[in-house]
Write a protein that binds this ligand. Structure first.
Ligand SMILES: *[C@@H]1O[C@H](CO)[C@@H](O)[C@H](O)[C@H]1NC(C)=O
Ligand SMILES: *[C@@H]1O[C@H](CO)[C@@H](O)[C@H](O)[C@H]1NC(C)=O
Ligand SMILES: CC(=O)N[C@H]1CO[C@H](CO)[C@@H](O)[C@@H]1O
Length: 433
C-alpha cells in the first residue's frame, strides 16, 4: 500500500514537473517559432496581393485601380519594413546576391558603411537642388546609346520565343535570338499604346532617364524576324500589321519601397531636412531619383505607382509600407520606372477623382534635380510641350505615323501640369533660398 502510494506520488510529481516544465518551456520555444512562421507566410503570400485584392472589391467599375496588378516582371514582393535592400543587411529578394556564408561583415556591407561615412558631407544640396557631388554618387540612367542599340536590335534580331508575361491580356514577353528579352505591349486600345510611348518620350524631354528603352514596331508574320513565333502570335490573337511597343526587359530587378519621407500624411522632402547625416548613399540616391519620379508621375497623372497606394490606404493602413507598383531597382541602385500605360491619357480622364492625391505628392517636394527643374522651366516658358513631344516622337520613330499624334486636348492639360510644377519650384526657391 505504502509502495503504491509512493508510486502515485512519484507519478504525480513527474506529471507536475513535466507540465510545469512545458509551461516554462513553451514561451521560450514556441514564441519565436510562431513569429518566424508568421513572417514567412506573410512574405510568401505578400501582403500587397491580399490587401489590394480586398480593396479592389470595394472599388467601382470605372475605377482604374481595379487594374492594379503585381509587377509586370512578376517579382514576389517581400514584406519588410521598407528601407532599401542594401541597408537591410542584404535582404535577398531574388537570389542574385551571392553570399559566401563567412562570418564578419561582407565586403558589400563594409562598402556601405564606408559610403555612409562619405555621405556625411554638407554638400548634399545646393539650395533647393541636389548638388553635383550628390548626383555624381548616384547611378546613371539609361543612355541615348542604349536607346539606339535597342531600336537596332528590334529591327535586326529575330524573336525566337513569345510567352505570357509583362502584364496581362495580350502583352507578351519576347526573347531575341541573342537571349535578351523584351516586354511587348499589344493593346486593342490605341490610347494605351499612346500613353506608354508618349510617356517614354516625355521622360526624354525632361532628361529623366529611368524609363527603359522603348520603341514602336509592326507585327508582321511574313517577316523573317517573326517567323519562328507565328504559332504564338496566333495564340496571342495578335493581328498582323498592328503597332506594338518593345520595351527592354531589364534582368535582375528587385522591388522598391516608397521612401519614409513620402509615406505619411506629413510627407515632405525639403532642404531643411536632415538629408546628409542620417542617410546612406543608396537612400540618398533613392531620394534623388524619387524627386524625378514625383514630377514625372505628376505630369503624366500616373495612378499606378504611389497614388494607388495612397488610395488603397483607406482599407489597408499598411499600404504605404508595401513596395511601390511599377517601380523596381537594379542591383546598382538605379530605379526603373515601369508601367506607363495610364499616363497622359487614361490618367488625365480621371483627374477629377485623383487630382488631390497627385497634388499632395507634388506639394511634398522641395528638392529637385537641377536638370529636371531647368527642363520644366524651359517647357513652361515655351508653352509648347505638346508640340515638342510630337516632334521628338516623329523624329525618333519611323512608325510615328501609325498611331495618332499627342492630341491638343491632352497637350493643354500637360502644359497646365508643367505650370503647376514650375510654381512649386518657384515656391520652394522663395521659401528656402
Ligand atoms: C519599421 O518602420 C517604422 C517607421 O515607419 C519604425 O518606427 C519601426 O521601428 C520599424 N520597425 C522595424 C522592425 O524596423
Ligand atoms: C544647374 O545647372 C546649370 C547649368 O548646367 C549650372 O550653371 C548651375 O550652376 C547648376 N546649379 C546647381 C545648383 O547645381
Ligand atoms: C505593366 C507594363 O506593361 N508596364 C510597362 C510600362 O512601361 C515600361 C517601359 O516604358 C515597360 O517596361 C513596362 O512593361
Amino acid at each position: 500500500m505504502r509502495k503504491f502510494h509512493s508510486v502515485i506520488m512519484a507519478g504525480l510529481a513527474f506529471t507536475l514537473g513535466f507540465v510545469l516544465g512545458m509551461m516554462l518551456q513553451l514561451p521560450v520555444i514556441t514564441l519565436p517559432l510562431e513569429e518566424q512562421n508568421f513572417e514567412k507566410t506573410d512574405s510568401k503570400t505578400g501582403i500587397r496581393h491580399e490587401s489590394v485584392g480586398s480593396a479592389r472589391k470595394q472599388l467601382s467599375l470605372d475605377n482604374p485601380l481595379r487594374l492594379v496588378k503585381p509587377s509586370s516582371y512578376g517579382v514576389v514582393y517581400p514584406l519588410n519594413n521598407g528601407t532599401n535592400s542594401y541597408l537591410q543587411g542584404q535582404t535577398d529578394y531574388s537570389g542574385s546576391q551571392q553570399s559566401d556564408g563567412s562570418s564578419g561583415a561582407s565586403p558589400a556591407i563594409e562598402s556601405v558603411i564606408r559610403n555612409r561615412e562619405s555621405a556625411k558631407q554638407p554638400d548634399v544640396l545646393n539650395g533647393i537642388f541636389w548638388s553635383e557631388a550628390t548626383e555624381k554618387k548616384c547611378p546613371g540612367g539609361f543612355t541615348e546609346k542604349e536607346q539606339e542599340d535597342w531600336k537596332s536590335k528590334i529591327n535586326n534580331v529575330k524573336v525566337v520565343k513569345l510567352e505570357n508575361g509583362c502584364g496581362r491580356m495580350q502583352n507578351r514577353l519576347a526573347t531575341f535570338k541573342d537571349a535578351s528579352r523584351a516586354c511587348v505591349r499589344y493593346r486593342m486600345n490605341t490610347d494605351q499604346i499612346q500613353g506608354d510611348i508618349f510617356s517614354f518620350y516625355l521622360s526624354k524631354l525632361l532628361g529623366i532617364s529611368n524609363v527603359p528603352p522603348s520603341s514602336l514596331h509592326l507585327v508582321n508574320t511574313i517577316d523573317d524576324r517573326w517567323r519562328t513565333v507565328t504559332g504564338e502570335i496566333a495564340n496571342s490573337k495578335w493581328a498582323d500589321d498592328k503597332v506594338v511597343i518593345f520595351t527592354q526587359f531589364v534582368e535582375g530587378l528587385k522591388p522598391s519601397h516608397i521612401p519614409f519621407e513620402f509615406r505619411e500624411e506629413d510627407r515632405k522632402l525639403h532642404p531643411k531636412q536632415d538629408l546628409g547625416n542620417s542617410k546612406g548613399p543608396e537612400d540618398l540616391c533613392d531620394l534623388v531619383q524619387w524627386s524625378d519620379l514625383l514630377i514625372f508621375d505628376y505630369l503624366t497623372a500616373n495612378l499606378d505607382r504611389v497614388v494607388n497606394n495612397m488610395f488603397n490606404r483607406q482599407w489597408n493602413p499598411n499600404m504605404m509600407n508595401t513596395p511601390a507598383h511599377n517601380l523596381e531597382r537594379t542591383s546598382n541602385g538605379r530605379l526603373v520606372f515601369l508601367d506607363n500605360e495610364s499616363g497622359l491619357f487614361h490618367g488625365y480622364r480621371l483627374l477629377d477623382k485623383y487630382a488631390s492625391y497627385h497634388k499632395k505628392l507634388l506639394d511634398a517636394l522641395c528638392v529637385f534635380r537641377n536638370s529636371t527643374a531647368r527642363a520644366i522651366e524651359r517647357l513652361y516658358r515655351s508653352g509648347n510641350a505638346g508640340e515638342e513631344l510630337n516632334k521628338l516622337f516623329s523624329q525618333h520613330e519611323e512608325l510615328s505615323n501609325q498611331i495618332p499624334r499627342f492630341p491638343q486636348k491632352n497637350a493643354k492639360i500637360l502644359q497646365q501640369r508643367i505650370a503647376d510644377v514650375y510654381e512649386q519650384i518657384q515656391m520652394c526657391k522663395k521659401q528656402y533660398v
